[in-house]
Design a protein. Structure first.
Length: 148
């Protein structure tokens, strides 16, 4: 009669196989590189509130002094740069795999006509740039016109 032997961690085997397969799949589809990219596109979320819009840009590792925010002819432009870790010199660490995005970026957003471009506010907290785009009270006010 054959004896079935088990190990104490036999219940973990299916998850280990799945993890190995998942890691292999990721390494084949998302290959890491050993040098930084020259640019990236930050993710953006747009919310509408009772007072206007909020634009949230994900910018981890981007210092506020490297950001430029401009409004021109109804277009909001956010640009800047996220510097890659230095990998030069004799004692510098060697880049083995790089999955994070570095370099310069620029995003443009067409503003709705009802936004007061002169009252836009920006705040960078924990790697998220929050732009508050308030409604223009003159353009959102409702009034009736009397017919003569």
């Amino acid at each position: 009669m054959a004896t079935l032997m088990t190990t104490p961690n036999s219940a973990l085997r299916p998850s280990r196989a799945f993890n190995a397969m998942f890691n292999q799949l990721l390494s084949e589809t998302l290959p890491g590189v050993n040098r930084p990219a020259e640019g990236f596109v930050p993710a953006a979320d747009v919310l509408e509130t009772a007072n206007g819009y909020e634009l949230l840009l994900t910018l981890p590792g981007v210092p506020k002094d490297s950001l430029t925010i401009d409004v021109q002819q109804g277009t909001l432009t956010v640009s800047g740069e996220r510097k890659a870790p230095v990998a030069e010199g004799e004692n510098a660490p060697k880049l083995r795999r790089m999955e994070s995005s570095y370099g310069s970026f620029s995003r443009q957003f067409r503003l709705p006509d009802n936004v007061n471009a002169k009252a836009v506010e920006a705040e960078l907290t924990d790697g998220v740039l929050r732009l508050v785009l308030p409604y223009d009270a003159d353009k959102t006010a409702r009034f009736q016109i009397e017919v003569r």
